[in-house]
Ligand binder design. Structure first.
Ligand code: TEU
Length: 542
């Protein structure tokens, strides 16, 4: 098991297959397209790719509604295309992580079709079925993440079934060991094919409360200002019984044992558990018998401030002592971070570069999302453009997730920026994206793209950054200052995420410091004080 720890500190590039590269002219990306563009991914110096779902699916939730776990949707190609893609990835030194969406299936999955057909069929208990309350209403007050009740009435069984997401995404009943076995079989299928790991969709949603208790209003402390009761019935914070059940630990152990029966395989779970997410992450990743690592939504929200990032990071250092976190600023579910972190287009490159440097020096593994290496902003779409059911439902209060899912931009001068030769792409490509294409940025030495390459190379050259310790330094300014340390290597970082220049006086006990230039940033030290421009970073050997 030479490479069993490859995931620890790894940089993972997320590919959204529908929007990466089209080779058939239908305006939708496909697996052959991924194979074709892998050299670009490898050129960034990343360790692995994570592919969002490409399995057989009616695509109600863009593939997160699976109807056959062991096949490729014809829209994306064939299993042979997948094998070819994986061979090419491995040849380029990239591990391959696929997205296991096992909390729920599509309602067109044969298991659900059978399960809903009667109350006595062999799969009758594979999903979460329940009788109505005496007054005919849904069994509990659980809500769907995508709006409305978390229960749907089925006229044939004359029972409700539970769904955390779309009505067409019924939740599996993980209390039933046959369901666990069936899902582990699908994991084994891909392990045997040679995949290196799994991103586990909604990993804390697998089990529901067996007693079917309604959620009480939840008391929580959002901003450190004291406990508040959440009385909003539509708030996710209300969820107490419908997810993160203790029984999940047993299943995660089974899953880990399966992964460990193969060499060098890894898992990264997605934990969406409101303010408790980091505690859940600690629980799921501590010890070598559950998940390797998880990510939460803590850095996927709006805040780009020293105080906020320090608070999140310090919580991790305090609670995730023997576990491991994977950070991301962007993915296929949230507004692209450049847009979240600045409204000023003239700051776009600077913010893209500074956030790349920041995420590369935090303690944890990293996911970056396709297009992030180009500094792409969120695409502005019209209602007519939308494809995401979540956005269609809540427009315009919530514009959905299509704005981060528009196609990759490869060659500025080509039709659809080189993404597709078809007449139309599934989502439009914004004009300002095309001008940030890969080929345009290849030609510019100080582009965001080159910055990502240089920054990942810098990270690779400093083991303290990959899995070294991290200690914060007190500052009374609005700065983020910390030391990363491993085996005699000690690196100080001071980030200024504000729009004002700032000075930082080095603590006396630090002794001699040797400024280190980071890619894209020159470290300035004058008479014991660090000089930071607006949106700047200082690094030194201490
Ligand atoms: O996301 C789970 C999840 O928590 C998201 O629904 C999140 O709350 C929302 O997207 C924030 O905008 C996973 C997948 O990443 C997502 O694409 C799927 O739609 C969802 O599961 C259902 O499978």
């Amino acid at each position: 098991k030479v490479d069993g720890n490859w995931w620890r500190g790894a940089v993972i590039y997320q590919i959204y297959p529908r929007s990466f590269q089209d080779t058939t002219g239908d305006g939708l990306g496909d697996i052959k397209g991924i194979t074709q563009r892998l050299p670009h991914v490898a050129s960034l110096g990343v360790d692995a790719i994570w592919l969002s779902p490409f399995f057989t699916s009616p695509m109600a939730d863009m593939g997160y509604d699976v109807s056959d776990y062991c096949n490729v949707d014809p829209m994306f190609g064939t299993l042979a295309d997948f094998d070819e893609m994986m061979t090419e990835a491995h040849r380029l030194g990239l591990k391959v992580i696929i997205d296991q969406v096992i909390s729920h299936t599509s309602d067109r999955h044969p298991w659900f079709i059978e399960s809903r057909s009667s109350r006595t069929n062999p799969k009758a208990d594979w999903y979460v079925w329940a009788d109505p309350k005496p007054d005919g209403t849904a069994p509990t007050n659980w809500l769907s993440i995508f709006g409305g009740p978390g229960w749907e009435w089925d006229g044939v069984r004359k029972q409700y079934y539970m769904h955390n997401f779309l009505i067409s995404q019924p939740d599996l009943n993980f209390h039933n060991p046959d369901v666990q076995d069936a899902m582990l079989d699908t994991v084994r299928f891909w392990l045997d094919r040679g995949v290196d790991g799994f991103r586990l969709d909604t990993v804390n949603y697998y089990f529901h409360d067996k007693q079917l208790r309604s959620n009480p209003p939840m008391v929580y402390d959002t901003d450190g200002a004291g406990m508040e009761t959440d009385t909003n019935p539509y708030s996710m914070q209300n969820h107490l019984y419908d997810k993160t059940q203790p029984e999940n630990i047993g299943f995660l152990k089974r899953l880990r044992a399966l992964l460990d029966s193969y060499d060098n395989r890894a898992s990264v779970g997605e934990v969406g558990d409101g303010p408790r997410s980091l505690n859940t992450l600690a629980l799921y990743t501590t010890g070598d018998d559950k998940l390797h690592m998880c990510y939460t939504f803590d850095l996927l929200g709006p805040a780009f401030s020293a105080a906020y990032i320090r608070k999140v990071m310090q919580t991790v250092l305090d609670t995730v002592v023997n576990g491991w976190v994977c950070w991301a600023f962007s993915n296929h579910d949230v507004v692209r971070h450049v847009t979240r972190f600045t409204e000023d287009p003239s700051e776009q490159d600077r913010v893209a570069k500074l956030s790349a440097t920041l995420i590369s020096v935090l303690r944890g593994s990293i996911c970056l999302y396709q297009g992030e290496e180009l500094g792409l902003s969120e695409a502005e779409l019209t209602y007519e453009d939308l494809r995401d059911p979540y956005g269609i439902r809540f427009w315009p209060a919530f514009k959905g997730r299509d704005g981060c899912r528009t196609p990759m931009v490869w060659e500025a001068g080509e039709t659809h920026a080189g993404f597709s030769e078809g007449a139309k792409t599934w989502l439009p490509i914004p004009a300002d994206h095309a001008s940030r294409s890969v080929d345009a940025q290849e030609a510019m030495p100080d582009s965001v793209l080159q910055h990502y390459r240089e920054t990942f190379a810098f990270r690779k050259n400093h083991h303290a950054l990959i899995d070294g310790d991290m200690t914060f330094i007190e500052t009374n300014q609005d700065l983020l200052a910390f030391v990363r340390e491993k085996g005699g290597e000690k690196l100080l970082f001071v980030f200024n995420l504000t729009r004002e220049p700032q000075n930082f006086v080095l603590p006396k006990r630090m002794g001699d410091v040797m400024p280190v230039d980071l890619p894209g940033f020159v470290s300035k030290l004058e008479a014991g004080a660090v000089k930071l421009d607006a949106l700047d970073v200082f690094c030194a050997r201490v």
